[in-house]
Design a binder for this molecule. Structure first.
Ligand code: FES
Ligand code: FES
Length: 166
């Protein structure tokens, strides 16, 4: 067993974990954060995408011990003061989900894109989400939702250094 300390969605957890435990299983089974989905367990579908120390990762491809000392943000950590993140709101308003299984990963991957590229083209959105599979929507509404969230972010002032536009 290995001892880890990891901050998840603003809360620090100290735990003993098996060295082989995947981060997605740690989040879901140990911490009960089931907003992060486990779709394929093989790095193919993107449903398990979370942010680890400022970059989106597929949490089924990362060991929990690799997150030791790190900061993880899941979909469940995005809302602030009871207000959805702009991407959550935009997915809701643009009907960018059907069964919703892919949605947490889609939103986390899109968040990563908008951090690097606040004003992406439709093709750039499609390229950035190519590691995230959706069996339901046909992708069009997902792309529109990401573009709408980007437009909404552009219309509000930038936050102080270190903050995130919400
Ligand atoms: S569950 Fe991680 S990529 Fe599918
Ligand atoms: S909404 Fe069902 S898999 Fe994307």
């Amino acid at each position: 067993m290995n001892r880890i300390s990891v901050n998840v969605d603003g809360t620090t957890y100290e735990d003993e974990v098996e060295p082989r435990l995947l981060l997605v299983h740690y989040l879901r089974d140990r911490l009960g954060l089931t907003g992060t989905q486990n779709g394929c367990d093989t790095g193919n579908c993107g449903a398990c995408t979370v942010d680890l120390d400022g970059a989106s990762v597929k949490s089924c491809s990362v060991l929990a011990v690799q997150a030791d000392g790190g900061e993880v943000t899941t979909l469940q950590g995005l809302a602030r003061d009871g207000e959805w993140h702009p991407l959550q709101r935009s997915f809701h308003e643009r009907h960018a989900l059907q069964c919703g299984y892919c949605t947490p990963g889609m939103i986390m991957a899109a968040r990563d894109l908008l951090r690097d590229n606040p004003d992406p083209s439709p093709q750039e959105v499609r390229n950035s989400l190519r590691g995230n599979l959706c069996r339901c929507t046909g992708y069009q509404n997902i792309v529109e939702a990401v573009l709408a969230a980007a437009a909404a972010r552009e219309s509000v002032p930038a936050p102080a250094a270190g903050g995130e536009r919400t």
